[in-house]
Design a protein. Structure first.
Length: 291
């Protein structure tokens, strides 16, 4: 979607683990100010740089018009949890090289600020996964993933047995190191490493990819994203498995517990500068060459 109305206020959220994050915060605020754009720091970011008056990430929806996430693709994944429901553009500023999820690098801050001032940018709505852990009672609060959720073996080092159902029907009884449920955005991440296909971000599908399956015939399945997927361990003696969300939260899962996965009601709106595309990122990150 092409956006023509320039934003009034930008909320900045940074990864303090990045060595140059402080410098980039300052340079971004200066660039935005040159174009008359107000900025505010997310509360944890503000505390880290020693400022008061920050805004909680969960309050960005009502306080800012664009969220700028400084770090890299990993920081963007963590921003999903820190922002909560945020149905406005999210721009990733990569401190380093351009990533799959980021809009620009830290060397392109003036270009980024200019694009915001003129409204010459696009947004790409990305599907989020909603996953709930249900342990013989009320399910836990939902987890949201931009890339994928996984249910994988714990500390045993052995293959595990798990059941996957799709739309209420048995898909398979897997013997593997685990199983990945990924969005199209996540097709370039863990699922790809496990042998899954690349999927265009706007496709209305999910991927179910086994991790190192016992049978080589067990391959990635591409399904519609309007069905519910349920994953559950099948053998108590294999010990607890580990449920993870975009590499963030980790929850031990034992036999009798189900992971219920569906398409989230809200999405994640990645900001793209004019002339930048998913295909350009593929060529760069996967080092495609030819012709």
């Amino acid at each position: 979607m092409l956006v023509r109305v320039p934003p009034v206020k930008v909320g900045i959220l940074a990864n303090p683990q990045k060595p140059d994050a402080r410098r980039v915060i300052g340079e971004l605020r200066e660039a935005l100010a040159r174009y008359g754009i107000e900025s505010v720091l997310e509360s944890v970011t503000a505390e880290w740089v020693g400022e008061s008056g920050g805004v909680a990430g969960r309050d960005f929806q009502k306080e800012v018009d664009v969220a700028a996430v400084l770090g890299g693709d990993g920081t963007m994944l963590h921003a999903v949890a820190r922002l909560g429901v945020f149905e406005k553009p999210v721009a990733g500023v990569n401190i380093g090289t351009l990533g799959f999820l980021t809009s620009c690098t830290d060397g392109e801050l003036d270009l980024f600020a200019s694009a915001l001032a003129t409204g010459e940018f696009r947004t790409s709505r990305r599907t989020l996964l909603e996953a709930r852990v249900c342990d013989n009672g009320e399910p836990m609060d939902p987890f949201y993933a931009l890339n994928e959720i996984t249910l994988a073996r714990g500390q045993t080092g052995r293959l595990v047995s798990l059941l996957a159902t799709v739309g209420g029907e048995v898909l398979n009884h897997y013997r593997a190191d685990g199983l990945i449920v990924a969005t199209p955005t996540g097709s370039t991440a863990y699922s790809l490493s496990a042998g899954g296909p690349l999927i265009e971000p706007a496709a209305n599908v999910f991927l179910i990819t086994p991790i190192c399956p016992h049978s080589l015939s067990q391959r990635t399945l591409v399904i519609s994203d309007d069905v519910e997927i349920v994953l559950s361990p099948e053998r108590k003696e294999e010990g607890a498995m580990l449920f993870t969300v975009d590499g963030r939260e980790t929850v031990p899962i034992s036999k009798g517990t189900r992971i219920i996965v569906r398409k989230a009601d809200h999405g994640f709106h990645l900001l793209r500068l004019e002339g930048r595309s998913f295909y350009e990122a593929l060529r760069q990150k996967l080092k495609w060459s030819g012709g």
